[in-house]
Design a protein around this ligand. Sequence first.
Ligand code: PEP
Ligand code: MG
Length: 659
Amino acid sequence: MERSTIVRVHEGLHARPATRFVKLAKGFESDVELVKDGKAVSAKSSVKLMLLAVKENQEVTVRANGADAIEAIEALIGYLENPKAGLDDEEPKPAADAVSDTPVASVGESALPAPGGPNGLRGVAASEGFAIGPAFAHFPPDIAGQGRMLQESEIAGEIDRFRAAIGAVQARMDKILAQDTLSGGDRGIVAALRDIAADDSLTGEAEGLIEGGNDAISAVITAASTIAADFSAVDDHYLNARADDVHAVGRQICLVLLGQDDVSLENIPEGAILIADDIGAWDLARAPLKRIGGVICGHGGATSHIAIIARSHGIPAVLGLGDSVNALRTAREVALDGTSGHVIIDPDAATRADFATRVEAAAKERAGLSVFKTVTPKLANGKVIEVAANIGSLEEIEAAQEAGAMGVGLFRTELLFMRHMHLPSEDMQAETYAALAEAFAPYPVIVRTLDIGGDKPIAGIEFPDEENPFLGWRGIRMCLDRPDIFKRQLRALLRAAVHGNIKVMLPMVADIEEVRQTRVLVDECAAELKAEGVPYATFDLGVMIETPAAVLIAPALAKEVAFFSIGTNDLTQYIMAADRLNPTVAKLNDVTNPAVMMAIELTAKAGVAAGIMVGMCGEAAGRPDLIARFLEMGLTELSMSPASIQRAKKTIMDLAAGA
Ligand code: PEP
Ligand code: MG
């Protein structure tokens, strides 16, 4: 018996709706299959359903065979036809962040000379600060099967052993899920892994292999690799990341079968430098972060999960070392500079002393600066300068508040989109922005609308192949072409504005029409919310000044917006025509170049003349050597990574005092 329908589930059967669908299907005795494009899979396996990659508005058939087939079809079709299904359930982060190495928050220059020497390596500067400490290499060994065929008489026992191991892994995950201390994100990761451990495709595949005479460990390894390969082969960035989840679950099952504990981070010594090829979300959720002195990884970039966690806990980190991380496997001691991305293996006495001085100086500086946490910096004329934080996730709120941030000058919304296997819903976005607004009220929270392009693809948006994505379909350009995505974000922002002081700014603006078109959409969204009876409040709309075009039309732009925020990271690369990620042209990519300083000055002049706020959220905003010039130009807001806030406040106070 079968029935076809068009899927209305919001954004299709991505992971959580797939799990829900499976739960529903499992409530029926009948065998149930879902068929898409002639391919049929069991509706009782969320892994298989995810791999079918069923999208919204696609036609599918539900096929059932058994005593309650009619009821099963009715219930499952009802689920598929419900556009609200999946809307209330957000996706957990992928276990291993597969996002690009592109620094979202490029860190500033190291205050001290960069370390070098024969034992030096260089990676992505992902979380600033110096660290030196004993190396703690975390390279969990590969697990191998027994490699012998089972006797017929051993098979039933091996299947029992396998089922007991699955049960033990699920129980272990349930125990972790029961902990109050688990954050929402970590809970999502563990819950996703538990779903996979319980999934028929993994257990079915492995049991089939055991029945064929394979030992349980070999069977689990093969089954996990097969399923992981299926996930890797799908043309979907986020389904690809599930491959790591499957491997993580397979590993846990094998360890139970071996009667071994995983190489755990629980015993990491105080102040040790954690070295790994990759640190999975599974490890991270259980790691004693307070004891970790620094992190070095082969994988990962500045936007990866580990980078965000490191930054929010103030742990210096160098990531993306690639295979060269292997050189650190046998290191006894490691020094790292999370600001420049340098790593030194077994430093000699001079380097060790140098780093010890740096770490001590940094600690001393931090201690000395902590009094500035609650300071409101003012110029000699009494004008308050807002020193705000650049953040990209709710996890970073605490670090920003601890630093004494006077609000958020740049909330990068990209991570919100990149972390999920589907576009974030309006509700989820509204909740996130409202949580931010509430956390910092009465200070403003400036949310930047989605600034993404083909270099950092996200699920749910098809980017064309472009010769030069940095000059292509990105930021406000993409948003205006996709009002479905843009309006959802604007509606969420209007709703969140009820909860605090939300301001909104547009990235990559190059043409005044982009602002005008956005305003039309904001008005449209407000009218819709009003008609729907949904509470909302208006917000100030500003623009980032980060293209040469925006600088040149700044006087006209200033008449149309409430504020400017100068994005020196991009402005420098576009003014100097020097890629911000290309080390070969790093010398040109210099904010202090007279051409860039002139662009900043022109912008400030235009903003000041029009009486609007001019701020800066590029990394230059936190540079003590440049702050005086920016203030002279008339900037009244500087937004930076939380680690730079207290130093910037001190710099401003020193200037005001004429020091
Ligand atoms: C900038 O370009 O200066 C900026 C703050 O934005 P991002 O670094 O996210 O491009
Ligand atoms: Mg930018």
